[in-house]
Design a protein around this ligand. Structure first.
Ligand SMILES: Cc1ncc(COP(=O)(O)O)c(C=O)c1O
Length: 350
């Protein structure tokens, strides 16, 4: 056990994992209390009457290839949301431990922490510096109860990425004290490199990836935690054994092959060109006060009259996200759509 796993709850470290039904596909399954018949209309090849293989190897290996890491550092979950929840449960003792988040940021870190009974310490992003991460502020908040520091890069909803060197430097400063969880849900839309390749050198660096954004698979619910093997071992004890549905495995695994990845890259290129076009056209419109630079698949836009904007786009049959909060009192978040959807949006605001 390293100092990294020493940060985990002692009861989770000691927990004996649930023993799921043995996976021996060469034998006829009469050991898992499943029904022996397939149901009519079952589109799967394995049969939905059967439990799926835990941590399905085609997905673990496919995601490892995709992210350029060893399969031993991959945990597949139902989106990165599940990884966030699993991390809270491994590392945070209710009523004692703390996580640090930097708002404005993705809401699930705070929600998952509160569900677990962990204290949420906030170190706001520096709005006056383009929502840069306040590294000294974060380090100043770390104490003996701090377990997880969440950094979203590119950040939702501000859209900016944190440079790799800043992340690695933060991880090094947290050494021996806390884990750095970098959420890279939108990294494929940015020019910044992932820090996944740095996990081998920095055991307190954890990375969240997802197929929900650039891969267009939000409905499949598939994401990954990339972390040192001893953290993955703890996570495998905490995640439900049959978390990943067989249909997800059968649909997603082939899409991780080179043809699927090439198609994804083409979609990203189109999305980035639309992001630029929408930003340029919005910039010329009355009532648009500020468009924040985006490294993601959305634009954070400040309007002089956001209520009127919400009314107009809804009238055009569209919905955009109201992200108003004290530091962003007039901001709305727009996910970049297809060229036709973007045209509808721009017409509704013209
Ligand atoms: C920053 C960030 N992380 C994670 C998620 C959740 O992604 P998933 O669909 O993989 O659970 C989102 C979803 O919007 C997000 O914005």
């Amino acid at each position: 056990m390293s100092w990294v796993t020493d940060l985990a709850r002692a009861d989770i470290r000691a927990l004996k994992a649930y023993e799921h039904a043995a996976w021996e596909p060469q034998l006829t399954r009469m050991h898992a209390n499943e029904l022996p018949w397939r149901v009519a209309g079952d589109p799967s090849s394995a049969g939905l009457n059967r439990y799926p293989e835990p941590q399905p190897p085609p997905l673990v290996q496919g995601l490892a290839r995709l992210y350029g890491v060893d399969p031993g550092i991959v945990l597949v979950g139902r989106g990165s949301d599940e990884a966030i929840d699993v991390l809270m449960r491994i590392f945070c003792r209710a009523g004692q431990d703390k996580v640090i988040i930097s708002p404005p940021t993705f809401g699930m870190y705070g929600v998952a922490a509160r569900i677990q009974g962990a204290q949420v310490v906030t170190v706001p992003l520096l709005a006056e510096r383009g929502f840069a991460l306040d590294v000294p502020g974060i380090l100043g908040q770390v104490d003996e109860f701090t377990r997880l520091v969440f950094v979203c890069s590119p950040n939702n909803p501000t859209g900016n990425a944190v440079p790799r060197e800043v992340l690695l430097d933060l991880a090094r400063h947290l050494e021996g004290r806390a884990l750095l969880v970098v959420d890279e849900a939108y990294v494929e839309f940015s020019g910044v490199p992932s820090v996944a390749g740095d996990i081998a050198a920095l055991p307190n660096l954890l990375v969240l990836r997802t197929l929900s954004k650039s891969h267009g698979l939000a409905g499949a619910r598939c994401g990954a935690l990339l972390a040192a093997p001893e953290i993955i071992a703890l996570a495998r004890k905490v995640i439900p054994p049959y978390a990943i549905a067989e249909l997800t495995v059968e649909v997603v695994a082939p899409l991780l092959e080179p043809v699927g990845i090439a198609a994804m890259n083409a979609r990203i290129a189109e999305l980035l060109s639309e992001r630029k076009r929408v930003a340029q056209q919005l910039a010329g419109m009355p009532g648009v006060e500020r468009i924040w630079p985006s490294d993601a698949n959305f634009l954070l836009v400040e309007f002089s009259d956001p209520d009127e904007v919400l009314r107009r786009v809804r009238g055009a049959g569209l919905i955009i996200r109201d992200v108003r909060q004290p530091v962003l009192p007039r901001a709305l978040r727009i996910s970049v759509g297809t060229p036709a959807q973007n045209d509808t949006l721009l017409r509704s605001l013209a």
